[in-house]
Design a protein around this ligand. Sequence first.
Ligand SMILES: *Cc1c(COP(=O)(O)O)cnc(C)c1O
Length: 395
Amino acid sequence: MNMNNQMEAAEASILHTYNRFPVVFDHGEGCYLYDTEGKQYLDFAAGIAVNALGYHYPGYDEALKAQIDKLLHISNLYYNEPMSEAGAKLILASGMSKAFFTNSGTEAIEGALKAAKKYAYTRDGHADHEIIAMNHSFHGRSMGALSVTGNAHYREPFEPLLGGIKYADFNDLESVKAQITEKTCAIITEVVQGEGGIYPADPAFLEGLRRICDEKDIMLIFDEVQCGMGRTGSYFAWQAYGVKPDIMACAKALGSGVPVGAFVLGEKAASASLVPGDHGTTYGGNPFVCAAVSKVFEIFEKDMILAHVQELTPYLEEKLDALVEKYDCISARRGKGFMQGLVITGRPVGEVVNKALANGLLVISAGSDVLRLVPPLVITRAHVDEMIKKLEMSL
Ligand SMILES: *Cc1c(COP(=O)(O)O)cnc(C)c1O
């Protein structure tokens, strides 16, 4: 089948919840994807910040294949080695206390919200607590995660959602304080807002949230689903701020391509929240995905992926800043590490994204006017140069 027939076949059976780009991908290699007609694309989208190691990173496929030959799934009723290995590595990388593996980011958020609610319930002896979320945040599509997503357009058709959710402005501590009541049990925020348009948190904002949460025994939840796993140059974006959450959600790059997420609890939350019977998942953290998580951490350590992101970031930023100088249609750059956004003015960002695709470069949008760059963490200077060249052709 040619590409057009493939696209028609997909639309015939797959529910139309995405306006997909007119391309059918066949395989990947390194930081490139290839469509079914053999055209090569430099991938600065990475499956939406998932493929941290690109495609076929040395050792990764082999580890997954070896686990397939041993065991795919057994349920969470039993112990298995990949689960404890992956858990230990996640705890070590985060300096937190206990992890629960999920199948996705939105499920990691569900678990994080439940842990916060259960903590307050255990402390107070009753339910009915409130959660403060940020405007322009994105936390996922399931009902709980949607309830704390600060975009009314996503929420409206599905109301009533979770009760007791209040919204404040990201990077505006006073607006958060204004929403706090006796019932507040959690504050949830991304450390770098992703879908909302690549907005990094101000250090004073995160420090202020930490202070408020400490004073009032409120759970601070950081959503690291997109900005975590090395994307900003540390395992988790909060580590560079020195502000530790009580609960963290991660997913996307955690398994570098297999569907896995996790919510991770600090000591306080771990010791007094979810207990047997409170939460579960059939697939979550099965031996297959945990073998991937384990391998990803092993590769990050062995090949010093975090140091690589830190080293290459100034070059990437310098090249992007030069575009901001050179082109009137780019008004600003925002971001941290390999999570960068260019604000496009005077034309729809989608136009640039489509032209880039035609020119063999994959980028995505964020918010209404931001061109988002979330490449594999293993790109080189040469990839940055090629991206800039292809982006210039598209402007
Ligand atoms: C993608 C994303 C989610 C949702 O993850 P899914 O795996 O799509 O459910 C949650 N939070 C943030 C910040 C994200 O970027």
